[in-house]
Design a protein around this ligand. Structure first.
Ligand code: NAP
Length: 249
């Protein structure tokens, strides 16, 4: 059993997979969750929950807990914690890897409209549709609160806080989703527009295939810029990187 401690900044399927794969090869990671979701899917092994209190506090935490490597496997839109890790790790002298799933890319038949922010997505809605499947996540829904001319089917993991759009129905669900299920959902609610973020990955991709099949437009929000640094796209590559850090000590 390896006693070197590795921190995984989590909250994603990849972070859970990484914890599992490291565990299977004898590394005991500590997974960190923000604590936003009421009933999170927990990774195997040790888990801590809650913010660290900013980059300086995170650097102290890394030092105090004898962390030898950090994998930032947080969601592509979780900007603050990634910035915090990018500032804290050099300060603590701990190597940092960003594990980031690739974004989605358009295929023939897709009708995607890329935008830079939730606000621009909201401004674009009335040009493209009236009955919207909105899957941008619970946070940031206030950007759509002023869009009175459309009806929203809002799907998120936990109930959102106001302000919300004037006309909406809520579905609490967390996927993974299937193409058949997404087609049924689009048809049942007569959806004519999908609005989402470029989260990437397979768990929530089916809505894009369903939109293509139904010839529906999709407004898709670009990922925010990321701090510079080492980044790998797959869990297996991240496992190798962790091994390299442990062996190289
Ligand atoms: P964020 O804006 O980047 O983070 C806000 C603050 O929450 C951070 O400064 C940090 O607090 C704390 N935090 C975030 N992730 C943390 C983690 N894994 N462990 C400990 N503290 C964490 O993040 P967010 O967009 O609110 O997302 C929160 C979590 O949900 C992330 O871990 C992310 O992986 C997951 N998630 C996000 C999305 C999304 O669309 N944003 C979607 C799916 C899952 P301190 O500054 O106090 O350390």
């Amino acid at each position: 059993m390896c006693t070197d401690r590795v921190l995984i900044l989590g909250g994603t399927a990849e972070a859970r997979e990484l914890a599992e794969e490291l565990y299977a090869v004898g590394v005991r990671p500590i997974s960190s969750l923000a604590g936003r979701v009421a009933r999170p899917r927990l990774p195997v092994g040790e888990v801590r929950v809650g913010g660290f209190g900013g980059p300086e506090a995170l650097a102290r935490w890394l030092h105090d807990h004898g962390i030898v490597a950090v994998v930032d496997a947080t969601h592509p839109f979780a900007e603050q914690i990634s910035a915090s890790a990018a500032a804290a790790c050099p300060r603590a002298g701990v190597p940092l890897l960003r594990l980031e799933r690739p974004g989605w890319s358009e295929r023939d038949g897709d009708r995607w409209c890329w935008v830079d922010s939730l606000e621009t997505a909201a401004d674009t809605i009335t040009q493209l549709g009236k009955r919207v499947l909105l899957t941008t996540g619970r946070q940031g829904l206030s950007a759509f609160a002023g869009v009175d001319a459309a009806w929203f089917l809002i799907r998120c993991v936990d109930p959102p806080a106001p302000p919300l759009p004037a006309h909406y129905e809520l579905i609490i669900d967390r996927g993974p989703y299937t193409l058949a299920g997404e087609l049924t959902l689009l048809d049942a609610h007569q959806i004519d527009l999908v609005v989402t973020k470029d989260s990437g990955g397979h768990h929530t991709k089916a809505k894009l295939s369903a939109a293509r099949e139904r010839d529906l437009p999709v407004i898709i929000v670009h990922r925010p810029p990321r701090p510079a640094g080492r980044s790998l796209p797959t869990v297996s590559e991240a496992v190798e990187w962790v091994h390299g850090q442990i062996l190289g000590r």
